[in-house]
Design a protein around this ligand. Structure first.
Ligand code: 7RM
Length: 654
């Protein structure tokens, strides 16, 4: 810990760890890189609106030019008003019209090993037909459509068909329960539900249609259910309400011209769970969102459209799937891989087999996946030729420096820049990230705001923090920003704009180091207070993961009579590795200092995670404080909490 970091009186979070390894872009990478200098940053710093306007006109096809770039009535932004465009046209038609209809849009790989190769022409035809199907079912511009599908190409088709006709999609991740689905349908008052019989996961068919049926018992707005056949499992079809996708698609016209939409036309709702109460329907609109996702997908991944094979491992049910499987990549006309299943079916090397098979060049995944690969051991990746890879990305949580180093060495072969991309469902697209040909990276830092993004770290009194810990805020509107919460303007104002007037704040802590690099420190609710020190769970977790035996760690602050809170750690070991509680406590003391030494360290086979893979520290806090666990509905595997509770009580007795 350096002394200069304790000088601020209002440090929201104290910053402890320091990381001095640096990775400048290699000369070999810079030769063909899109950006190697500061030109975009300089341009945007002079005039951010002008910068975004240039991106919008260069990257997007507009049927009608806009009149005003930005109308900013805090907290409501309107981008490119007066402009008209169609998102599906930008993702499909324009590539086909430019002679790239035979280019592969999607190499789809089913979990059982079946594959589909889909060109831009194929995708356009399928989207046009399904647009006509929706119209025949009575869907009109502005109507809400729910999508509850596995990771199959029809999910992309359904989203783009909605965009083509101006319907608003609301995708619900296939792992959510019927209750979550019906809550989301009812909040949006959706008219049509698009689902499947089932999909493949871990070698088995997981049924979706029964959950959809159950949801529809309490969703009066649903008029039609369209069912894609994928799992082959038996399903019940309700007369007049339910229709097979393949039957509807049989005799429908493939002709459906794209209708231009207003730049601020609602493109989709995506529900995200708040800290309390019911989920929020985050609203994203057309022109700004497409500009933001197209720009960031191109420059953050240094996209070379003629040669790259891009793979984002997210599910389309999350914002990462929306922005970086569907809209950004297809708008940029690139070739991508889409995979249906889990990373360990049939074996732990499935991802690396896919990278080798398709020659993936850009790979984008989550820290939780990387830490799982660490646990499985580097030999899984070593079984395959990964030399096609040239850019690696991460998103979803802070990446611990040692997980970053492992990714760099064992997946990137020491050759690939890593882009650690910070953003949120609410931001629509990437906000803070390296640009791979231009930015010297440090393991664990998301580095700097992208050109056109204004981020500022502040303390409790909203004073800027030049060095050290603080709250991450955004001070200027950006094109992909959320336009509100569906049906709840007060909650929009309250959640994001009230804590620091005039600024957007969605709950993350961060620190700035002496070189101006940003380090995300997790949600501010996850900050611990030990003897009056505000310690980030992320930093203690990273200290634990820097021990050679540790693959993954989750840290929480639990009530403690003497220190206010005490540090409790839950640790997953790397395959075959051994260590014990005393050694790990000592290791944290060595890395950070005695102030962060865990009171207890529990070695566990698993950790409670949300369905999108984020560690649920709230549940661990409940376990550590001996409370019974209440709501586990958003948990991926609820049984792990029971195991941890058993472990906690055993060790307390002993
Ligand atoms: C894209 C996505 C948003 C929250 C966000 C952070 C955390 C995401 C990073 C990260 C550190 C990153 N949308 N987060 N990316 N933290 N470094 N690169 O994940 O709405 O589901 O979550 O995720 O806390 O606020 S999200």
């Amino acid at each position: 810990m350096s002394d200069d970091q304790s000088t601020g009186n209002h440090d929201a979070i104290e910053a402890f760890a320091s990381e001095n390894r640096r990775f400048p872009p290699s000369d070999a990478f810079k030769v063909d890189a899109l950006i190697t200098g500061t030109e975009l940053y300089d341009e945007a710093a002079r005039d951010d609106e002008g910068f975004w306007a240039r991106q919008a006109s260069e990257l997007i096809h507009w049927d009608t030019e806009w009149d005003t770039v930005l109308d900013w009535q805090l907290p409501y932004a309107k981008w490119f008003e007066g402009g008209m465009l169609n998102v599906a046209y930008n993702c499909l038609d324009r590539h086909v019209l430019a002679g790239r209809g035979d280019k592969i849009a999607i190499h789809w790989e089913g979990e059982p090993g079946d594959t589909r190769t889909i060109t831009y022409q194929d995708l356009l035809d399928e989207v046009c037909r399904f647009s006509n199907v929706l119209k025949d079912l009575g869907v009109q511009k502005g109507d809400r459509i729910n999508i509850y599908l596995p990771m199959i190409p029809e999910a992309v088709v359904a989203m783009l068909a909605c965009a083509r006709i101006g319907a608003v999609h609301s995708v619900v991740f296939g792992g959510f329960s019927s209750q979550s689905l019906s809550d989301r349908i009812n909040d949006a008052e959706a008219k049509v539900l698009i689902t499947a019989d089932g999909g493949y996961r871990r070698g088995e068919v997981f049924p979706l249609k029964p959950a959809a049926d159950e949801a529809c018992e309490t969703t009066p707005s649903i008029e039609h259910v369209v069912v894609v056949k994928r799992g082959g499992n038996d399903v019940m079809m309700v007369e007049a309400r339910d229709h097979w996708y393949h039957e509807l698609m049989e005799d429908v016209s493939p002709d459906c011209p794209a209708q231009p939409m207003e730049a601020e036309h609602l493109l989709f709702l995506l529900y995200t769970s708040g800290t309390t109460g019911r989920p929020k329907g985050i609203m994203h609109t057309t022109g700004g969102y497409l500009t933001h996702t197209t720009f960031t997908h191109k420059y953050v991944f240094d996209l070379q459209p003629d040669t790259d094979v891009y793979w984002c491992t997210a599910d389309v049910g999350w914002i990462t799937g929306h922005s970086y499987i569907v809209y950004g990549p297809l708008s940029n006309g690139c070739t991508q891989v889409m995979y249906e299943g889990v990373p360990n079916h049939p074996n732990n090397d499935r991802f690396w087999e896919i990278v080798e098979k398709y020659g993936v060049t850009i790979f984008y995944t989550a820290p939780t996946a990387i830490r799982t690969f660490m646990k499985w051991g580097a030999e899984e990746a070593a079984k395959h030729d990964l030399s096609s890879l040239r850019v690696l990305g991460t998103v979803g949580e802070p990446i611990n420096p040692e997980a970053w180093m492992w990714y760099n060495e064992h997946i990137g072969g020491g050759q690939c820049p890593i882009v650690d991309t910070w953003w949120q469902t609410e931001t629509g697209g990437i906000m803070i990230s390296p640009i791979p040909g231009a930015t010297t990276t440090k393991p664990g830092s998301a580095t700097f705001p992208l050109p056109g993004v204004s981020a500022e770290l502040i303390d409790d009194d909203a004073q800027p923090v030049p060095v050290g810990g603080g709250y991450l805020t955004l001070t200027r509107p950006w094109p992909g920003m959320l336009r509100g919460i569906w049906g709840d303007p007060d909650r929009f104002q309250e959640t994001y704009w009230s804590r620091f007037p005039g600024r957007y704040f969605a709950g993350d802590g961060a620190k700035l180091d002496d070189d101006g690099y940003l380090w995300l420190l997790g949600r501010v609710d996850d900050v611990m207070n030990v003897s009056g020190h505000r310690i980030s769970t992320t930093e203690v977790e990273s200290a634990l993961v820097s021990h050679p035996s540790v693959a993954e760690a989750a840290v929480v602050g639990a009530n403690d009579a003497t220190t206010g809170q005490a540090v409790f750690a839950y640790v997953i070991l790397r395959g075959g590795a051994e260590t014990d509680e005393a050694e790990l406590r000592a290791h944290v003391t060595g890395e950070i200092g005695a102030i962060a030494r865990p009171k207890r360290v529990f070695i566990t086979p698993d950790l409670p995670k949300t369905r999108s893979g984020k560690i649920m520290r709230r549940l661990l806090r409940d376990v550590a404080e001996g409370r019974n666990i209440g709501d586990t509905t958003t948990l991926a595997d609820a049984s792990i909490v029971d195991e941890l509770q058993a472990k906690a009580s055993e060790s307390n007795d002993g």
